[in-house]
Design a protein around this ligand. Structure first.
Ligand SMILES: Cc1cc2nc3c(=O)[nH]c(=O)nc-3n(C[C@H](O)[C@H](O)[C@H](O)COP(=O)(O)OP(=O)(O)OC[C@H]3O[C@@H](n4cnc5c(N)ncnc54)[C@H](O)[C@@H]3O)c2cc1C
Length: 397
C-alpha cells in the first residue's frame, strides 16, 4: 500500500496524514474548507497536551486557562484552580496548525468536497470537486455526519447531541460550565485568545432548538457576557451509546474511520479533540505496521473501553440524585467543601482521571468527602467563597 486518501482535514484527518506521510506514504487530504472555524469550544485537556506537546509549544494564538467555575442548576458556584491548564484554540488556528504540520511532513491537500467514495474495487475511487481520484486506502475523517460509505452505519439520533452557541468578541480568563435541571448536557463559556465560545449541548431530541436558544440566552445574560457582534453557530456532536462504541464497524478492507466519524467522543463531556487526534494517530500506526484490522483493538486499549464505561453512566451523571439533590448540584457543593473532592475534579478536568477507576476513587474518598461536607454544613466558618449557605443547599435540586 502506497497511496492514502484522507477525507477531512480536521484534527483526526490532519494528524493521521502527518503521521502517515512521516512513515513514507503518499498522502492526499481532501477537505471542502481546509482550515476553518468549525463550531467548537476548542478546549484541549492536559492529556492532549501531554501526548502532543506542540499544542502548547506552538507560537499560534491560544488561551491557557487555569481557573474553572462550575455552576449548578440552582446557581451554586464553585470556582477552583486546575493543577494542569486547559489550552483553548480557535478552530481555524488549530486546524491550520495541524494541516501545516501535515503538509510539512509531505501531505498534499486539496480543497474540494468529496461526493462519493467507492471501496468495492481493488483500488479506492473517490470523487472530489467533480474529479475522480484513485488510492489504495481511504481514511474517512469527515466528522459526525458523513455517510460516504454504503457499507458503514451512520450515527443515528441516539448517538448524537445538538449544540448551539455564540462566538463572542470579548475577553475572559475563567472557563465556566453550568448544569441545568434534569438535563443531559450543559452550558459552557470557553475563553479563547480574542473571543469566547459560549454554547449549549444536549442529547438529540431532548429539547427543541428554540428551547436550547432560550437556555443559552439566559446563561449569556446571567454571566453578563456582552452579545454585541456575537455570531450564532450550531452543529452536531457525537455522543455515542455504549453499544455503538463497542459494536460499530470502523475499519474495512481498504477503509477506516477516525475522529467524530468513528464516534470517538466522550459521551459525558463532549470532549472530542483529544480522541480525534489519538484515533488518527493510532490508525496511522496500524496502517504503517500493515495491520489496519488491529486499529479497533488499539482504540479499545487506548480509550474506547473507558468511553464505553462513560456512556453507561452518562444519564446518571446528569439526571441522578445523591443525598436528596441532583448529582451535578452536589458536585458543585462538594467542590467548595471538600479538598479531596476538589483534587478529584481537577484530575477529571485534566484528563488524568479515567472513568473506570473514578468509581473506586470516589468510594475510597467518599467517606472522607461526606464527613467533610457534613462538617462544613454544620460549621458556617468553613463555607468557601461562592458557596451557598447550608440552608439553601438542603432544599436545592
Ligand atoms: C459546539 C461544539 C463544541 C465542542 N467543544 C469541544 C471542546 O471544547 N473540546 C473538545 O475536545 N471537543 C469539542 N467538541 C468536539 C470536537 O469539535 C470534535 O470532536 C472534533 O472536531 C472532531 O475532529 P474530526 O477531525 O474528527 O472532525 P471535524 O473537526 O469535524 O473535521 C472534519 C473535516 O471534514 C471536512 N469535511 C466534511 N465533509 C466533507 C466532504 N464530504 N468532503 C471534504 N471534506 C469534508 C470538514 O470541512 C472538516 O474540516 C465540540 C464540538 C461541538 C460541535
Amino acid at each position: 500500500m502506497k497511496e492514502i486518501a484522507i477525507v477531512g482535514g480536521g484534527p483526526a484527518g490532519a494528524l493521521c496524514g502527518e503521521r502517515l506521510a512521516s512513515a513514507g506514504f503518499k498522502v492526499t487530504i481532501f477537505d471542502e474548507r481546509l482550515a476553518w472555524e468549525k463550531p467548537c469550544g476548542g478546549g484541549l485537556t492536559y492529556k492532549a497536551i501531554e501526548e502532543y506537546p506542540f499544542l502548547l509549544d506552538s507560537p499560534h494564538p491560544k488561551k491557557i486557562i487555569r481557573t474553572a467555575e462550575l455552576i449548578s442548576s440552582r446557581g451554586h458556584r464553585a470556582r477552583f484552580e486546575m493543577n494542569r491548564p486547559i489550552v483553548i484554540y480557535a478552530r481555524k488556528v488549530l486546524n491550520g496548525l495541524l494541516l501545516d504540520r501535515a503538509v510539512a511532513a509531505g501531505c498534499s491537500t486539496i480543497c474540494a468536497r468529496v461526493t462519493s467514495v467507492n471501496t468495492n474495487a481493488k483500488q479506492v475511487r473517490l470523487t472530489a470537486g467533480g474529479e475522480e481520484q484513485v488510492s489504495d486506502f481511504v481514511v474517512l475523517a469527515a466528522g459526525a455526519r458523513n455517510q460516504l460509505l454504503a457499507d458503514s452505519t451512520a450515527l443515528g439520533a441516539q448517538d448524537l447531541e445538538m449544540t448551539l452557541g455564540y462566538f463572542v468578541p470579548t475577553e475572559e480568563d475563567i472557563l465556566k460550565v453550568k448544569f441545568l435541571k434534569e438535563f443531559e448536557g450543559y452550558l459552557w463559556s470557553f475563553p479563547r485568545a480574542d473571543h469566547l465560545s459560549v454554547g449549549i449541548c444536549a442529547r438529540m431530541g431532548q429539547a427543541t432548538s428554540q428551547q436550547l436558544r432560550r437556555h443559552l440566552d439566559a446563561f449569556v445574560l446571567e454571566e453578563k457576557i456582552p452579545t454585541s457582534g456575537a455570531q450564532l453557530y450550531s452543529h452536531v456532536l457525537p455522543s455515542p451509546q455504549a453499544k455503538t462504541i463497542r459494536g460499530r464497524r470502523i475499519v474495512g478492507r481498504n477503509w477506516a474511520m477516525a475522529g467524530d466519524a468513528a464516534a470517538t467522543v466522550d459521551p459525558i463531556t463532549g470532549e472530542g479533540l483529544y480522541y480525534a487526534l489519538r484515533s488518527g494517530d493510532l490508525l496511522a500506526q496500524a496502517l504503517a505496521a500493515g495491520v489496519p484490522e488491529e486499529y479497533p483493538e488499539k482504540l479499545r486499549a487506548a480509550f474506547s473501553a473507558d468511553l464505553e464505561f462513560a456512556a453507561n453512566i452518562a444519564k446518571k451523571v446528569f439526571r441522578g440524585k445523591f443525598v436528596g439533590g441532583a448529582i451535578t448540584t452536589r458536585m458543585v457543593q462538594l467542590l467548595n467543601y471538600s479538598p479531596a473532592f476538589r483534587d478529584l475534579v481537577r484530575d477529571v478536568f485534566s484528563g488524568s482521571q479515567n472513568y473506570r477507576t473514578l468509581k473506586r476513587r470516589l468510594w475510597n474518598q467518599l467517606g472522607i468527602t461526606i464527613a467533610e461536607f457534613a462538617h462544613s454544613l454544620l460549621d458556617p466558618r468553613r463555607i468557601a467563597v461562592g458557596a451557598t449557605p447550608a440552608s439553601e443547599n438542603e432544599s436545592s435540586q
